[in-house]
Design a protein around this ligand. Structure first.
Ligand code: SF4
Ligand code: SF4
Length: 478
């Protein structure tokens, strides 16, 4: 972004920095980013936030409510537990609505607060900047030492440092992979994979190694590319942000024209930016925030800390780079709650309300009764017709339920084809087949809607609907 002063001076608008990413050179090769370690208020707060994140990430799998994990995302078995409640594929509409609510939340949140999520809460940023990068600083030193180490020949010291770093990275990735898997299969199942012989859980063991490899690859090599090239949320910023969104922004009105700091000189011709490049040196995605809003900016605030430190050193007010909106900086306007944000808020409240109603009214036992495919009706003696049905029942509770079936809205009977009742295991599925037999006289239409009650003893658990097909009854006239 060019400054107003430059535009007033008639300088052409130079947007060439947008032609390629900061991490890719002219030949299309990767520019490795050696980000300098940030120091300052925001970095300290982010460190505390990351501790909270680590406690939650590594602690949640151990929390069980009524024998169930608090959260489980078992994609292979299509079983999900959220806040201790089990969700099955049959709850897909709740899932769909949850996803829509989540997307609206993301849109609203981003429109108002920009990439606050990316900089402060996103696991990719927290693991990269607050864990792996810190281990790297510890072993290889700050950015300058890392560059030097890269250039030096393979001495014993270099081999030791590189081996130590990559061993630490793989071990951390291995730990993260184990916890990641525990969100999918549960910490108890993970314990079995660890305790039992390898052959007993070959699939689980392979998953751990695979996840470890992916995490190691991402944090050791891929790094900021995950945010700038892969992450769909990052790539959507262009459409989600507007000029009133809160972003990490450089105050070009105050900073330009930039010029080198000269002690004892009165800065009349230049703005507050002393062109020291400290904001660029700390940036983990290698961009220059003074160019304006860029897709690569993950809102990590490192440049705010770096610039505030420089401003303090040259006795100028802090906040040359700060949280602000583009309008706020260009027109001196404060952050506003815009019409778009209000619309999203109303939508979000409505969707959340609907989601709450669906969650509260969700049945613990649910299922489907479907007529057996390819089967016609059967004549039973001279006065009855039967249809064959398949039933599938999902039990979302923690106890086994023996179910019996009753016809609720017709004087027919149910004959189980497979035993007298359907036993549905806890947190499992039960199925069976049965006939519904109706007297001929009941069949006044080709298709009749029937309701089948599912009972545990005398207690009705739920009602399922189905259809009955048969020839329309026509009384014989003499
Ligand atoms: S420009 Fe600033 S806030 Fe954005 S990624 Fe770089 S250092 Fe972080
Ligand atoms: S750190 Fe501040 S003063 Fe230094 S180049 Fe960046 S914006 Fe300018």
């Amino acid at each position: 972004m060019n400054t107003e002063r430059e535009l007033l001076k008639g300088k052409p608008k130079d947007e060439s920095f947008r032609d390629r990413m900061a991490t890719i050179d002219e030949r299309g090769k990767r520019n490795w980013i050696y980000a300098q370690k940030p120091k300052g208020k925001f970095y300290n707060i982010r460190t505390y936030v990351s501790w909270g994140f680590f406690i939650i990430f590594f602690g949640l799998p151990f929390i069980y409510i009524n024998g169930r994990p608090l959260f489980l995302f078992n994609i292979p078995e299509a079983k999900f537990i959220i806040f201790g409640k089990v969700f099955w594929p049959q709850d897909f509409f709740i899932f769909g609505l949850t996803m829509i609510t989540f997307i609206v939340f993301i849109i609203l949140f981003t429109a108002a607060f920009g990439r606050l999520f990316c900089g402060w809460i996103c696991p990719q940023t927290i693991f990269m900047e607050m864990l792996f990068r810190k281990v790297e600083y510890l072993i290889e030193g700050d950015a300058g030492s890392q560059k030097l180490l890269k250039k030096t020949p393979w001495t014993g010291k270099k081999i030791f440092k590189k081996t130590a770093k990559h061993t630490a990275f793989f071990l951390l990735s291995f730990i993260i992979a184990n916890f990641f898997l525990s969100y999918i299969i549960g910490v108890k199942q993970l314990g079995k994979i660890i305790d039992d012989p390898l052959a007993a859980h070959f699939g689980g063991f392979t998953a751990i190694i695979l996840f470890s490899g992916v995490f190691y690859g991402v944090y050791a090599f891929f790094r900021e590319q995950a945010c700038t090239v892969v992450c769909p949320y990052g790539r959507l910023q262009g459409v989600l942000l507007d000029r009133n969104s809160m972003i990490v922004a450089y105050d070009h009105r105050r900073g330009e024209p930039r010029g080198k700091f000269q002690k004892n000189a009165v800065a009349i011709e230049t703005g507050d930016c002393i062109d020291c490049f400290q904001c660029v040196k700390v940036c983990p995605t290698g961009i220059d925030i003074r160019n304006g809003t860029q897709m690569e900016c993950v809102g990590c605030t490192a440049c705010i800390d770096a610039c505030d430190k420089i401003m303090k050193a040259v006795h100028r007010p802090a906040g040359l780079i700060r949280y602000a909106s583009e309008n706020g900086i260009a027109n001196g306007k404060k952050l506003r709650y815009t019409g778009r944000m209000k619309f999203y808020s109303v939508l979000l409240i409505l969707l959340s309300g609907l989601l709450g109603i669906l969650l509260l009214s969700r049945k613990d036992v649910d299922g489907t009764v479907i007529r057996a495919a390819g089967m016609l009706y059967q004549e039973r003696g001279a006065d009855s017709i039967s249809n064959l049905y398949n039933i599938k029942v999902i039990n979302k509770t923690l106890k086994k339920i023996p179910l019996t079936l009753k016809l609720e809205n017709a004087p027919g009977r149910i004959i189980e084809a497979e035993g007298r009742s359907i036993a549905v295991p806890e947190e499992g599925q039960g199925k069976g087949s049965f006939f519904i037999v109706l007297p001929n006289t009941m069949i006044k239409e080709r298709k009749i809607k029937l309701y089948v009650g599912l009972y545990e003893g005398d207690k009705r658990i739920t009602i399922l609907s189905t259809n009955f097909m048969g020839p329309i009854y026509r009384p014989q006239t003499k």
